[in-house]
Write a protein that binds this ligand. Structure first.
Ligand SMILES: NC(=O)c1ccc[n+]([C@@H]2O[C@H](COP(=O)([O-])OP(=O)(O)OC[C@H]3O[C@@H](n4cnc5c(N)ncnc54)[C@H](OP(=O)(O)O)[C@@H]3O)[C@@H](O)[C@H]2O)c1
Length: 254
């Protein structure tokens, strides 16, 4: 039983579109206050927050480039200030590291520039942002890292991306280990192929048919398949789930 009746608050990176937007909307439906970050699309981030606020929830937006580690100290101070002015507290309950970028290059064509950008957004940024924000996460809070089915199986054209998601799943367990004393749970959720604009979308009809064919439930996922599930984890009902990788992909490559 959850004895702390203070409204919960989640910070979601990359909440302006796709999966992050869906997590934000589903969290708000569960009466969780939402801090959404956007990078290049402030108007989309604001639309998500406005929708939540219009429907009786509470959401604010902040700019964040998760590859810009130098900005993280001031971002954390901004979060603290905004928590105080909007919710009257200086900590929050859940961090969802969702922001990510895709790769579309075979190993032979992958430049150092592509490699570094992928590392900075999908791995280094997650590490240092979590390091900077975790002092603001309550004891007993939860961190969810959005991984990928591609951490488990290989596809041509996404080698660095897939390897970094595997690394993120490993990092998930290390954070769970080092922050166990504070009872902070750290889990990763690994979506299968989800129909968002990620990496320019899910390709042509034949590529979509290929993904559908290898998925037991016989379809691509949509953002709400992930958003609803992640929001359901943001509760005391998942209190004994820790250091886990949970794949949400309709049974892909089984
Ligand atoms: N779609 C899939 O098939 C799939 C499958 C498995 C895992 N995933 C993972 O799910 C997560 C979300 O993917 P999605 O499909 O929702 O992608 P998406 O539709 O492309 O949305 C990406 C989100 O991340 C933000 N973002 C991108 N680069 C950023 C940066 N440098 N700093 C901060 N925010 C940044 C974007 O913000 P702006 O628009 O404001 O720039 C946007 O809100 C990613 O971690 C991805 O790896 C996706």
């Amino acid at each position: 039983m959850d004895t702390n009746h203070q409204p919960k608050i989640v910070l979601i990176t990359g909440g302006s579109r796709g999966i992050g937007k869906s997590i934000a909307l589903h969290a708000a439906k569960r009466n969780i206050g939402v801090i959404i970050t956007y990078n290049k699309n402030p108007e989309l981030g604001n639309d998500v927050a406005n929708t939540i606020n219009r429907n009786g929830g509470k959401a604010i937006t902040l700019h964040l480039d998760t590859s810009d580690t130098a900005s993280f100290t001031s971002f954390a101070s901004q979060v603290r200030q905004d928590l105080k002015s909007n919710w009257g507290r200086e900590d929050f309950d859940y961090l969802v590291n969702n922001a990510g970028i895709a790769q579309r290059s075979l190993i032979a064509d992958t430049t150092e520039e592509i490699f570094d950008e992928l590392v900075n957004v999908n791995f280094k940024g997650v590490f240092f942002l979590t390091q900077k924000l975790i002092p603001l996460v309550i004891d007993g809070g939860q961190i969810i890292n959005i991984s990928s089915g591609l951490a488990r199986f290989a596809f041509p054209g996404v080698a660095v991306y897939g390897a970094l998601k595997s690394a993120l799943e490993s990092l998930t367990r290390y954070f769970a280990k080092e922050y166990a004393a504070r009872k902070i749970r750290v889990n990763s959720v690994a979506p299968g192929a989800i129909d968002t604009e990620f990496g320019g979308g899910k390709g042509n009809e034949s590529q979509r048919a290929q993904v559908t064919a290898m998925t037991a439930l016989g379809r691509l996922g949509n953002a709400d398949d992930i958003g609803g599930f992640v929001a359901s984890l943001l509760s005391d009902d998942s209190r004994f789930v820790n250091a886990q990788r949970i794949e949400v992909g309709g049974g892909v490559y089984i």
